[in-house]
Design a protein around this ligand. Sequence first.
Ligand code: PGA
Length: 263
Amino acid sequence: MEIIITADYQEMSTTCARMIAAEIKSKYDLVLGLATGGTPVGTYKELIRMHKDEGLDFSKVTTFNLDEYLGLTPLHKDSYNFFMWDNLFNHVNINPAKVYVPQGNTDDPEKFCEWYEEQIKRVGGIDLQLLGIGGDGHIAFNEPGSSLASRTRVKSLDEQTIKDNARFFEREDDVPRFAITMGVGTILDARKIILVANGEKKAKVCAQFIEGPVTSQITASALQLHPHATVILDKPAASRLARIEYYNWVRDNKYVVQKRIGR
Ligand code: PGA
């Protein structure tokens, strides 16, 4: 994993947005996996700015969101579908026919999950997947104990996730107990992965998933198995890492190495 430590939330967001924009520019019909939550909002703001000021073109991009609360309709104000339209899709030239978010109010969740996996395959797989990390180490809603080979399915939410996400709802009781989520296996199939995390509250779990063992108890640790995973942290989220100097050295010198080997 490449670890990039940035000064603050703003720099984390612009660094991530620049990497996403570079992928879109190198492949105009990129298949982009997207995440919800507080962390990627700054990245989406920067992508919107790049679209408006620099003409970053989303018209041929296909997107797949990681997860959705089970039971919420796509237009529910607390749904992840609503979040995505509000925070990104409404503000760029995305083609709505190329936007995929799991359908929270599906009649047949099992069948829907199979269909979702098929759609990812049909477009040739996800080129770049953006991730946040939960306080319990989850990626998407792959709560502790999720199989590292899991595929898109219904998952019950962990107590900590319900508490963490209560801030987006009027009352904690309103947080749905189940979600449709891509599996860890689905995520690991993406060609490239970027995980963003910020704030002191994520410091412990970041040290665990980056420098601890691969374990289903912290599903983000499965990224250690991926050949092209980048983690972008702000300083507080990186504060409990043991090898900060090494990560910074690599960041500052990799261009020298790439130049030397002609890349
Ligand atoms: P957050 O959520 O960005 O709101 O911290 C991250 C997650 O649960 O994946």
